[in-house]
Design a protein around this ligand. Sequence first.
Ligand code: ASP
Length: 417
Amino acid sequence: MQEASKKEAQRIGYAMVGGLIIGLVIHSIGKAEYVNYIKPIGTAFISFLKMVIVPLVFSSIYMAMTNLGTPEALGSMGRKAVGYYFVTTAIAVFFGLVFVNLINPGVGISLGSAGLQDLSQDLATKVNENKGLLGTIIDVFLGAIPTNPAESLATGNILQIIVFSIIMGIVALYLKEKADPVNKLMGSIEEMSLYLTHGIMKFAPIGIFVLMLDVMAKSGTSAIASLSKYIATVIVGLLCHAIFLLFVASARLKKSPLFIIKGVSAPLLTAFSTSSSAATLPITMTAVEENLGVRRDTAKFVLPLGATINMDGTALYESVAAIFIAQAYGIDLGIGQQVIIFMTASLAAIGAAAIPGAGLITMSIVLSTVGLPLEGIGLILAVDRLLDMFRTTVNVFGDAVGTIVVDSFLDDSEIHR
Ligand code: ASP
């Protein structure tokens, strides 16, 4: 790992802990409103990261395609990546189901705070809009087709951008030298986006300090206390899954777990403080390449796709939350229904956008498929922001490990850089 990125990760770590402690102090003396004066610094940091996402994803996937050389090589990498996503998401949900059934965090919870009236109007509308299992699968597929690529780029629809750049990359492979001018342009955009990411990272400590300060100063500790068993179930499940991923990564990369944690500490801390896999993506890309030695073309293809559809933390969270709600309402779920939760939680995670709070919205898919009351979301709303930080960190870690695993299964003939 390079000395500079080690220092960078250390600075981010100190900033996070500093923000956490000072935020808690501000919360305890009841002066949370003062944080609003500096909050724009944190918002600006996230906005700059978001600024890089579209040009970076578009150009890097396109370049990965053209470097792969043949559509078959793309197929090989794609199959491995999707296989990894499926297996690890299933394992994550399994961990969630095991712990929630062991700990039973919802048994005996008071339903006093449940109710759609507790949800914000916007969220309540989205929750009511659910379309059932099949409808959701169809929506995910149809929604990935970029009917107007300019609109996909303008609105930052990452899944559509990925599909468009894969298609354009394949076309470029067939057209060979006729596509050279675009290849050159895309290559430059990619280099410029990566350079820019390094620049933005210089502001990460201050940005993350402010983001942590804001969350801690404003988080309600009373909600945390009453839902402590539920919070503990989610965190223990996430931790177990993260440890499992760590060992997989360590075995495939043939490096110590500590080496891996150090290598991805900057993206993990950023994921924790921003609660957005998408905003963290530029940082994850540079970290796996520069610190863990993942080949560039693997990182360029596997990471953006992973950030969009591979969300182990969210899948685990949704399965725990659904069973927690069932327990709180005294609804007994049989094994058949738990299997349905297993499938829908994985699907809901694929459908969730890589932004803060997205997992809470797709919860409605899980709840409605097994006939649980949607109002139950009101029960977990108060601590969703907090748990989002943890699940996003695991989402990003799962993506990083995915690049290591896929890269380790590709031989040199399948990849150039
Ligand atoms: N915030 C998560 C992410 O960006 C998605 C979620 O809400 O679970 O990965």
